[in-house]
Design a protein around this ligand. Sequence first.
Ligand code: DX5
Ligand code: ZN
Length: 217
Amino acid sequence: MIKIAPSILSADFANLQRDVELVDRAGVDALHIDIMDGQFVPNLSFGMSMVAALRPVTSLPLDCHLMIVEPERFVQQFAQAGADLIGVHVESTHHIYHVLQLIRQAGAKAEVVVNPGTPISQIVDLLPLVDQVLVMTVNPGFGGQHFLTPMLKKIQALEQLKQQGGYDFDIEVDGGINEKTAKLCYDAGATVAVAGSYIYDSPEPEQRIQDLKVATN
Ligand code: DX5
Ligand code: ZN
């Protein structure tokens, strides 16, 4: 069964605590928090104060996806705010190796993220340094986009490298995830699925969480 990390980007911000507790009760594995700076991606969301505000609301691991330029400026503050895992895009910094080291030094799990246009070959040397790899399955910046099917090959390639190297990092997918695409990703080797609009735009979010579990069982 795939692990599920609902993205609060599609939650009701005026009722965020309610929406976090709802998925928590339904049985998910982490909470995905999308941080956008309007520069790395063409959208703005929220910062570390959101992570600090949610920390007392749930005991779920907080999975923070940083879509910001030069994330090295902020990773320590995200860890202090309560992030359990911090994801940084390989495209967002000249010093990805250093940033991943900083994340672990700050006591959080480290994740490297690849955009749809970035080949896995660019992160091969980083694999020993990470707890999770996030393969973007849409162009980052917005919820509610369509899944990019060519990314399945990338997940398969990563899964092969994982086996060859004897690594145990998780493979996360993010963007356009529903019960069909979750199954395709799971079969390709993904172990964690982020889902935003599929869960929160539904009148029955708990049912959607169940559907993701059943589809990957
Ligand atoms: C997009 C974000 C995603 C987004 C996914 O940049 O990284 O986490 O919330 O939304 P859906 O599941 O609606 O594609
Ligand atoms: Zn995300």
